[in-house]
Design a protein around this ligand. Structure first.
Ligand SMILES: C[S@@+](CC[C@H](N)C(=O)[O-])C[C@H]1O[C@@H](n2cnc3c(N)ncnc32)[C@H](O)[C@@H]1O
Length: 326
């Protein structure tokens, strides 16, 4: 009896494996066919879509748009954006918002375009438009901080070598953003050290949280902070780092006092920020009203009780200034 049960079990296993093998090969073939179909058909479908759109045949354009979005996958945010515009033009607000949201979720980044697009003129002042524009803004900001070319002027290896973080120290990365430096510092201080990654933006903290999880780092603590308060534990931090962030702070002398309260005895404050340049020379980075020479920062932080310890000028766009309590 036991052996008969065993043999029928084996035949079920064999049957299961055969069915599974058939399904896998069938699905693989289908995928390959879909991909080929996608590559072959995209251009012609896109041409038909443009034609229908130009001719104001909106239903046809939407139908073609759905096909294209399906063919190229969710990443095709420009198409989703166009479909939002068409839906808005047809007076289908709910659909328009859903497409806009899908475009933002897929990476659409041009918040200014959303706010100024005449297709969405009627929605101006609506909370949902503001939310979707904010999501697009954060996509653009994340891209700016994470883009590959940043390494060319940011020179992260040289910066990390110069800042020489020590194993076991507690570092506060204020205005941590996407974690460009946070992750590097977390490695440098090791599991016995800690990084307090503070930021005012939910979107940045969300993104950074995912990065930290993906990198399996257990020594990074995220915190949402106030514009005028870094919310540091009193005397609890060995090094405070602010990269491209202090130019957002309005009263830097008052802010500096709060930074000083967070520093442990012998601690240091490191500021990396943009050297002032006209927009004609550097069309990105902080606007002119947020730029200042480092000497001005030295004076503001002197008011807070800091003195300059070191300065480094090897970065092409930014200065590095290291301070200690006076
Ligand atoms: C230009 S990004 C730099 C991000 C990061 N330090 C880097 O080097 O990639 C500035 C970051 O500072 C945050 N921020 C702006 N003002 C802030 C403030 N007063 N306190 C804390 N974070 C702030 C922004 O949300 C943004 O994530």
């Amino acid at each position: 009896m036991p052996s008969r049960r065993r043999s029928s079990f084996i035949s079920f296993e064999v049957l299961f494996v055969l069915v599974a093998l058939f399904s896998i090969s069938h699905v693989t073939t289908l995928h390959a066919q879909e991909e080929e179909f996608a590559l072959a058909d995209y251009d012609s479908l896109k041409a038909l879509f443009d034609e229908a759109h130009a001719a104001k045949e909106y239903d046809k354009a939407l139908e073609l748009g759905e096909k294209i979005a399906w063919l190229v996958g969710e990443k095709h945010f420009d198409m989703l954006y166009e479909m939002a515009r068409i839906s808005a033009t047809k007076g289908e607000k709910l659909k328009a918002y859903n497409y806009l949201q899908a475009a933002a979720d897929a990476g659409y980044w041009n918040a200014k375009q959303i706010m100024e697009d005449e297709a969405f003129l009627e929605y101006k002042g609506e909370e949902r438009l503001r939310q979707v524009a904010r999501a697009a803004w954060s996509n653009g900001y994340i891209w700016l901080l994470e883009r590959d070319e940043r390494d060319e002027f940011q020179m992260p290896d040289e910066v990390m070598k110069t800042l020489a973080f020590k194993k076991g120290e507690t570092v506060a990365d204020i205005g941590a953003g996407t974690g460009y430096f946070t992750l590097r510092i977390a490695e440098a201080v090791g599991p016995e050290g800690k990084v307090l990654a503070h930021d005012i933006s939910d979107e940045m903290l969300d993104f950074l949280g995912k990065q930290v999880t993906a990198a399996q780092l257990e020594n990074v603590e995220l915190k949402k902070v106030e514009r005028d308060d870094p919310l540091l534990p009193k005397g609890g931090v060995n090094t405070i780092l602010m990269v491209d962030t202090i130019h957002y702070v309005k009263d830097r002398a008052a802010y500096g006092k709060k930074l000083l309260e967070g520093l442990a005895p012998g601690g240091r404050l490191i500021i990396i920020d943009f050297v002032p340049k006209p927009m004609s020379e550097r069309p990105w980075g902080p606007p002119p009203e947020q730029q200042f020479p480092k000497e001005q920062l030295h004076d503001e932080l002197a008011e807070a009780g800091f003195e300059v310890l070191e300065e480094h000028d090897f970065l092409p766009e930014q200065f590095i200034a290291i301070y200690q309590a006076r």
